[in-house]
Design a protein around this ligand. Structure first.
Ligand code: MN
Length: 249
């Protein structure tokens, strides 16, 4: 199984999470929320070949951490994976919109100049703007829209622009999320948890809780769960096969 968007460094016991993933053979994209978290998070997973660490600057932190874009640039050559990045247009974060745009465009420009990266992207209430920026920086890499929650029109645009989607149990719990997932090209879908931010019955999701997403995808796609796993595995391999070669990583 695959959890392609998880904040391993934000669990109270990250070492146990890494070990749990190793025991279960789960592949993880361990995303970070600030460039300063990069080294510590990378260190956690040094010995776990199934876990890749992504360099990020979360849009909800853009106004507090915008000065860290310089550190982002210095670290970018160390990884082929970037996330969590993006824009958040919800009322709580809209006041910092200008900072969000500055940080997001800076990061996309850096990724483009570096030859492209795999990008795990947050687009809550900002899908159209995210897609505008991705179009403007088309060399930034391969966008994977995490927990996509836009409209059908925005989704059609995202598909047209070649975006991938990572979907998790929280998204699949609601009819709107399920209807979006049903419209996604099967060959562009990958699973995630967004743990520990997401919860079920009062506890944070663990990477192995992607099994709930696999179950839901089996219902939506009307195929057995092992076929879902095979499709998502094949998708991940194709995605990793497309890691931009210019990185030298
Ligand atoms: Mn996240």
């Amino acid at each position: 199984m695959i959890d392609f968007h998880c904040h391993i460094d934000l669990y109270p016991n990250p070492v146990q999470i890494v070990e749990g993933c190793r025991q279960r053979g789960i592949s993880v994209l361990s995303v970070t929320t600030t460039p300063r978290a990069w080294h510590g998070t990378k260190l956690l997973t040094m010995k776990a070949s199934n876990i890749k660490t992504a360099l990020g600057l979360h849009p909800q932190l853009a106004h507090e951490r915008k000065d860290e874009v310089a550190l982002f640039d210095r670290l970018l050559s160390e990884t082929a994976f970037v996330g969590e990045i993006g824009l958040d247009g919800s009322p709580e974060f809209k006041p910092f919109w200008k900072d969000q745009l500055t940080v997001f465009s800076h990061i996309l420009n850096s990724c483009q100049r570096a030859g492209g990266r795999l990008l795990s992207i947050h687009s809550r209430r900002a899908a159209d703007d995210v897609l505008d920026y991705l179009a403007a920086y088309s060399g930034a890499g391969i966008p994977i829209l995490h927990w996509f929650s836009g409209s059908f029109n925005e989704q059609d645009r995202a598909i047209q622009q070649g975006c991938w989607f990572s979907v998790g149990p929280a998204m699949l719990r609601h009819a709107k999320g399920r209807s979006l997932v049903a419209r996604m090209p099967q060959n562009k879908v990958i699973t995630e948890t967004d743990g520990p931010f997401t919860q079920n019955e009062g506890r944070s999701l663990f990477p192995w809780d992607v099994s709930a997403a696999v179950n839901e995808l089996a219902v939506i796609w009307r195929i057995p769960q092992d076929e879902v796993c095979a499709i998502v595995d094949a998708n991940l391999n194709r995605l990793l096969g497309n890691v931009p070669k210019a990185t030298g990583v």
